[in-house]
Design a binder for this molecule. Sequence first.
Ligand code: C2E
Ligand code: MG
Ligand code: MG
Length: 519
Amino acid sequence: MMLNAFLPTSRIRYVFVGSAIGAAMPLLIFSAMALIDGPSAAIDLFRISPGHIATVALAAVLGMGFGHHQDRLRQRIQDLERDEQRLLYEARHDRLTGLPNRMALEQELQRFLEARDRRSATAVLLLDLDRFKSVNDTMGHDAGDELLIALSRRLAALLGETGQLFRLGGDEFVAVGGNVVDRADIVTLCQRIETDAGAPFDLLRGRVVSGVSIGVTFVEAADCGMSQILKRADLALYKAKEAFGSTHFFYSVEMATEALLDIETERDLARALQDNELFLEYQPIIGVESGAVRSLEALLRWQHPQRGVIAPGVFIPLAEKTGMILAIGRWVVKNACLEAAGWPSPTGVGVNVSGDQFKDRGFVAYVRDCLEEAGLAPGRLTIEVTESVFSVDMQVVCESLTALRAMGVRIALDDFGTGFSSINNLKMFPLDQLKIDRSFAKEMLESQRDAHLVDLMQKLSTTFQIHTTIEGIETEQQMAFVRTLGISEAQGFLISKPVPAAMVGSLLLAHPQPAALVG
Ligand code: C2E
Ligand code: MG
Ligand code: MG
């Protein structure tokens, strides 16, 4: 029989006193209630956890006499109550910062969900510290802990009465604010958090400048739990991180659609290689003066069975994220070499290589094998890397590029002008070719600034004795301007869009052939 039958409803679960007591059970319950002060204490007495209260009570009832044991029993119950309060507190709070934790957040959100008021909303802000890992790595975990404590104090003070702060773990915090009537208030709140978190922290080991990224969502009528709410805030936070942090994003339905599409794309990509759905197109790079095709850049495409042809900009980042880029990248090198070997010499081929591919320590040897297998002279292959490659591991990248170059392979720096520390890279890495990003070609006739930049990049590469290619030439006017600057090579839709491998032969026939590759 459940004790609920005897006792008033409460948030506490009651113990089921089993058949061992049998018919004495009602007596036990009533006696126990009489023993303590009123029904609420009796409820505690019979709580399942910690459990032994029922035994103590039972001993008292079964023959030892009430009066004798009453004080001891009362004391025992108080101790258990205190222990339980402490355990309950510890279960709901984070040890480091003393803030309420994930479990407390869950209960709080549940409360919001139950007491939903349609005139106002509850905002959930998921906060993630920027550069926390580097503080931990460079200054040690004590400094990391100190930073978390200092940040939590700042944020709690800022929120004051308007919201509550929780720590989920690591460098993730959640701020919950109820009764939001105007979204603009949350924007203001986010900006204040960003400013406060962005101000320097003076730690024992020195000064640290960090910052937070914020993903915001509102508790909605259809929400059924914390994980759903946090998932939305997390998608918004991801966008904030993508935008280089120290900013905030509000969740939108498009973010969920995008994430769903990413998951599907990732799944489909895993079998695209086996199912021969990937293929290469080639876009010519011509000598500006001669008009001859010097080389063709291999550009990857994916023939998706349902979605049609997908551009690399969509799936390469996913391949990089999942590590599939290693297998896909090898496939590209192999096929580009095999196809280029069929073109008239010395026409070259350019292959784009992601930074992550240099983590594959066998990559350089693999390139050598591909060249040998295809019978392609190394000088006809250009490996195109973007400046992001240098954020991988400078030493590994430098070693690989040097080894490739020693084999005779050419190295090009792609999308030049869009990355970081460009000039330094020119100095430090073995390069043969600079490809000026097409964003400059697009603006150079309208914008003086872009025209100057293109001119500057051309002069810079001449200084470093590197060939210059300009990407994205779409009009005769742009081509004429490029000619006046003395840029040696051009690529773009004006010359040709990327074409399937089968059309390269006719494309080459339509253009004069180069006498020899320069460089
Ligand atoms: P990228 O290496 O800078 O390639 C040039 C991109 O510019 C190509 O886009 C090309 O179609 C486009 N393009 C060329 N001329 C013009 C023009 O005149 N106007 C305009 N608007 N666009 C032009 P695509 O094929 O979509 O490739 C995008 C990027 O994807 C490439 O940029 C490259 O970074 C990456 N990618 C392509 N294939 C591979 C690959 O096999 N491996 C890796 N890791 N990345 C690849
Ligand atoms: Mg490229
Ligand atoms: Mg490019």
